[in-house]
Design a protein around this ligand. Structure first.
Ligand SMILES: *[C@@H]1O[C@H](CO)[C@@H](O)[C@H](O)[C@H]1NC(C)=O
Ligand SMILES: *[C@@H]1O[C@H](CO)[C@@H](O)[C@H](O)[C@H]1NC(C)=O
Ligand SMILES: *[C@@H]1O[C@H](CO)[C@@H](O)[C@H](O)[C@H]1NC(C)=O
Ligand SMILES: *[C@@H]1O[C@H](CO)[C@@H](O)[C@H](O)[C@H]1NC(C)=O
Ligand SMILES: *[C@@H]1O[C@H](CO)[C@@H](O)[C@H](O)[C@H]1NC(C)=O
Ligand SMILES: *[C@@H]1O[C@H](CO)[C@@H](O)[C@H](O)[C@H]1NC(C)=O
Ligand SMILES: *[C@@H]1O[C@H](CO)[C@@H](O)[C@H](O)[C@H]1NC(C)=O
Ligand SMILES: *[C@@H]1O[C@H](CO)[C@@H](O)[C@H](O)[C@H]1NC(C)=O
Ligand SMILES: *[C@@H]1O[C@H](CO)[C@@H](O)[C@H](O)[C@H]1NC(C)=O
Length: 555
C-alpha cells in the first residue's frame, strides 16, 4: 500500500498521516472477465454485511413486502460509525452494503473512517417511496436520474465506493419483468456518467431470488448487449442475488441449482444478501462454501444480512443490539465472525487468465420474460424544463407533498382526456412492447402538466378545464408562438429517443438534489423482509405511487 521508502518509523508516520488526512487510498477494484480484482492483481471477494437501520414499515396488506416508508442514512453519523467500525472489523468484513443515503448530508467522517478500516461500500441509489423505479408503473425519469447522479456526486470523492446499485428488488415476479428495460436504461445512463467523471465504481443491481424462469433472464438481460455488438454500454458490472437458500446446518447442495444457473454468467455475481433465519440459530456454515471452490469460480462473495436489527415475518436478522453508544453482539455475530475469520480468498483465476468480459445478445421475450430489448431513452432534463415553461395549463399544487396526489391526478387527467377523445400515450411507457411516449421520461409533475394542458386545449381552453380542483393554473407565460401541448412537445423534445451521457443535475451542488421524502402513498422503502418460497425481500426500495394503469386504457 505504501511505496517503498525510508525507515520503518517514517513509513509508519506517513501511514498515520495518510489515514488522518484520508489520503491512504484503498486499492481500486475493477472487473476483468467475470471476476473482480484489486490493483495488485489479486482476486477480490465481497465479504460483507448489510449496514442500515430499518426504516418505518407498516403491516398494511397493501404493503405485502413490508417496504419501509422512511430511512435512516447510516453514513451521516460519524459518532455511530466510530461506534460500529470496531465491530465491523471484528466481523472481518471488507464491504458494507447501504440501502439509502441522503446526498445533502455530510458523509466524510463515516466514509473516511471506513476507508481507514479497509472497508468498501456498496451504495444503493434508490430511496423509499418516490425515489425508486416504480414496480407497478415503471419508468426512467429525470427526477430519478437526478437523484441517482446527485448521490454519485456526493460520494465520488471517496476512495471506498465499490459499487452503486441502480435498483433493489424492483422486479418480484414474471408479471413485473416489463420493468427490466427501465433498470437497464438506468444502468446505461449511470455507467455513462461514471465514465464521464472518471469514476471506477461498478454499476450493480440486486435481485430478489425467485423462479428461474424470470430470475435467469433478468440476470442475462441486465448484462446483455441489445445491439448484439459485444458492447457493455448498457450492462451492469455486478449482479447481486438476495439469496436465502441455505438455512440452518445445510449442505453445499443448497446452492447446486444456483451454481448451475450462473456457471456461464458473463459479469461478476455475488449474494447481495444472505443469511436465512428460518431455522435458527444461524450457523453461517455457508460462508466456507461460498468462499471456496467450486462456488468461488462462479460467485464473488456475499453480504450477510444484517448488522442492525431487522424484523421480518420470518424472524429477526440483526446481529447486534445498539443502546446509545454501546453495542452488544449476539451469538449470531460471533458465529459469523468465526466463519468470516476462517476465510482465505481463493486466488484463481489470475487476472491475466480472466479474459475480457463478453456481452452476449439479450434473451428473447416469452410469457415469463416480458422485457423488450428496446430501451427507453436517456431522461432529458432540459427538454422537460422547457416543457414546464411553455405548456398552457400547469400543475400548481397547494401542497409540497406532491407525490401524495400526483398519481390520482394523473389517473383523473388521463381518464378526462380519454373522455374527450385524447390519449395519454405521450406520457406512457411500455417496457414489454418497447414503446416510450415522448414525454414519458419527464418527472411526474411535468407529465401531469402535459396531460392537463392537453385536456385544457381539447375542451376549447375553457378556464374551468384548467382547474383540477384547484391543482392547475393557466400559464400566462406560455408563448403565443407555441400553440398547444403537442407543439410544445415538438419544440422542446427535438430528439425524444436520444441516448446520451447525462449531465450532473441542474441543482448539482452535492446536497441540493435528490431529496425524496417519506411522503407518498406509502408503500416501500428501506427495510423489512417477507418469506415467499425461496424468495425473501430484503431492504427493498421500490416506489409505488403513480397508478397509470387506467390511463393506458386510452393510450
Ligand atoms: C422464457 O425464457 C427463459 C430464458 O430466457 C426461460 O428460462 C423460461 O423458462 C422461458 N419461459 C417459458 C414460459 O418458456
Ligand atoms: C476453517 O477452514 C478450514 C479450511 O477451509 C476448515 O477445514 C475448517 O473446518 C474451518 N473451520 C471452521 C470453524 O469452520
Ligand atoms: C404494454 O402493451 C401490452 C400490449 O399492448 C399490454 O398488454 C400491456 O398491458 C401494456 N403494459 C402496460 C404497463 O401498459
Ligand atoms: C414478445 O413481445 C412482442 C412485442 O410486445 C409481442 O408481440 C410478442 O407476442 C411477445 N412474444 C411472446 C412469445 O410473448
Ligand atoms: C388537488 O388534488 C388532490 C388529489 O386529487 C385533491 O385531494 C385536492 O383536493 C385537490 N385540490 C387542492 C387545492 O389540493
Ligand atoms: C435529507 O436531509 C435534509 C437535511 O436534513 C432534509 O431536509 C431532507 O428531507 C432529507 N432528505 C431525505 C430524502 O430524507
Ligand atoms: C419525492 O416527492 C417529493 C415531494 O413529495 C419531492 O420533493 C421529491 O423531489 C421527490 N423525489 C423524487 C426523486 O422524485
Ligand atoms: C415520515 O413518516 C413517519 C412515519 O410514517 C412520520 O412519523 C414522519 O412524520 C414522516 N416524516 C415526514 C417528514 O413526513
Ligand atoms: C404526504 O401525504 C401522504 C398521504 O396522504 C402522507 O401519508 C404523508 O405523511 C405525507 N407526507 C408529508 C411530508 O406530509
Amino acid at each position: 500500500m505504501y511505496t517503498k521508502c525510508c525507515s520503518r518509523a517514517v513509513a509508519l508516520a506517513l501511514g498515520v498521516l495518510g489515514i488522518a488526512a484520508g489520503t491512504q487510498a484503498l486499492q481500486k477494484v475493477t472487473r476483468a472477465g467475470r471476476y473482480l480484482y484489486t490493483e495488485d492483481g489479486n482476486r477480490f471477494f465481497i465479504k460483507g454485511v448489510a449496514y442500515q437501520e430499518q426504516g418505518a414499515t407498516s403491516t398494511d396488506p397493501n404493503n405485502p413486502f413490508s417496504e419501509p416508508s422512511t430511512f435512516i442514512d447510516p453514513l451521516q453519523d460519524g459518532t455511530a460509525c466510530a461506534r460500529d467500525i470496531p465491530f465491523l472489523q471484528q466481523l472481518g468484513v471488507n464491504t458494507i452494503r447501504v440501502y439509502s443515503v441522503n446526498s445533502s448530508l455530510n458523509h466524510d467522517a463515516c466514509m473516511s473512517a471506513l476507508s481507514a478500516a479497509n472497508i468498501y461500500t456498496i451504495i444503493d441509489l434508490a430511496l423509499p417511496t418516490n425515489g425508486s423505479i416504480d414496480r407497478l408503473s415503471p419508468s426512467w425519469t429525470t427526477n430519478l436520474l437526478d437523484l441517482y447522479l446527485g448521490t454519485i456526486n456526493a460520494f465520488n470523492k471517496y476512495d471506498n465506493v465499490l459499487a452503486y446499485n441502480v435498483g433493489n428488488e424492483v422486479i418480484v415476479d414474471p408479471a413485473g419483468t416489463d420493468a427490466a428495460p427501465f433498470i437497464k436504461a438506468a444502468a446505461r445512463d449511470v455507467r455513462a456518467y461514471l465514465n464521464k467523471i472518471s469514476s471506477s465504481a461498478l454499476v450493480g443491481y440486486a435481485a430478489i431470488d425467485g423462479d428461474d424462469n424470470w430470475v435467469l433472464p433478468l440476470a442475462e438481460y441486465l448484462s446483455c448487449d441489445p445491439t448484439s455488438a459485444n458492447s457493455g454500454d448498457s450492462s451492469i458490472d455486478l449482479f447481486g442475488l438476495n439469496n436465502y437458500e441455505w438455512c440452518g446446518d445445510d449442505t453445499p447442495a443448497a446452492y447446486s441449482g444456483k451454481n448451475g444457473d450462473f456457471a456461464g454468467y458473463n459479469v461478476p455475481a455475488y449474494f447481495s444478501e444472505f443469511g436465512c433465519v428460518k431455522q435458527p440459530p444461524r450457523l453461517w456454515t455457508e460462508v466456507g462454501t461460498i468462499f471456496s471452490q467450486p462456488m468461488s469460480d462462479i460467485w464473488s462473495g456475499g453480504v450477510a444480512f444484517s448488522y442492525f436489527p431487522a424484523q421480518s415475518n420470518d424472524g429477526q436478522f440483526g446481529m447486534v443490539t445498539i443502546n446509545g453508544n454501546s453495542v452488544t453482539t449476539s451469538d449470531d455475530f460471533n458465529r459469523l465472525k468465526a466463519q468470516y475469520g476462517n476465510v482465505t480468498f481463493p486466488t484463481v483465476p489470475s487476472k491475466s487468465s480472466a479474459g475480457s468480459t463478453q456481452f452476449p445478445s439479450c434473451p428473447p421475450n416469452n410469457s415469463t420474460w416480458l422485457a423488450s430489448t428496446s430501451l427507453p431513452p436517456t431522461p432529458n432534463e432540459d427538454a422537460c424544463t422547457c416543457l414546464d415553461g411553455i405548456l398552457s395549463c400547469v400543475f400548481t399544487p397547494k401542497t409540497s407533498n406532491t407525490s401524495a396526489i400526483v398519481g390520482s391526478l394523473l389517473d383523473f387527467g388521463c381518464s378526462s382526456l380519454g373522455s374527450v377523445g385524447g390519449s395519454c400515450a405521450d406520457i406512457s411507457a411500455n417496457g414489454s412492447t418497447g414503446t416510450y411516449g415522448r414525454v414519458a421520461f419527464c418527472d411526474p409533475n411535468t407529465k401531469l402538466s402535459f396531460v392537463m394542458s392537453e385536456y385544457y386545449e381539447a375542451t376549447g381552453r375553457k378556464a374551468t378545464s384548467c382547474d383540477f380542483s384547484g391543482n392547475a393554473t393557466v400559464n400566462q407565460n406560455a408563448p403565443s408562438s407555441v400553440s398547444g401541448a403537442n407543439a410544445a412537445a415538438s419544440s422542446c423534445l427535438t430528439n425524444p429517443s436520444a441516448v446520451f451521457t447525462p449531465s450532473a443535475p441542474s441543482s448539482s451542488a452535492p446536497g441540493s438534489t435528490g431529496t425524496g421524502t417519506n411522503s407518498s402513498g406509502g408503500k416501500n422503502g428501506a427495510a423489512s423482509l417477507v418469506g415467499e418460497g425461496n424468495a425473501l425481500i430484503g431492504l427493498a426500495v421500490t416506489a409505488v405511487f403513480s397508478v397509470l394503469g387506467s390511463a393506458l386504457t386510452f393510450a
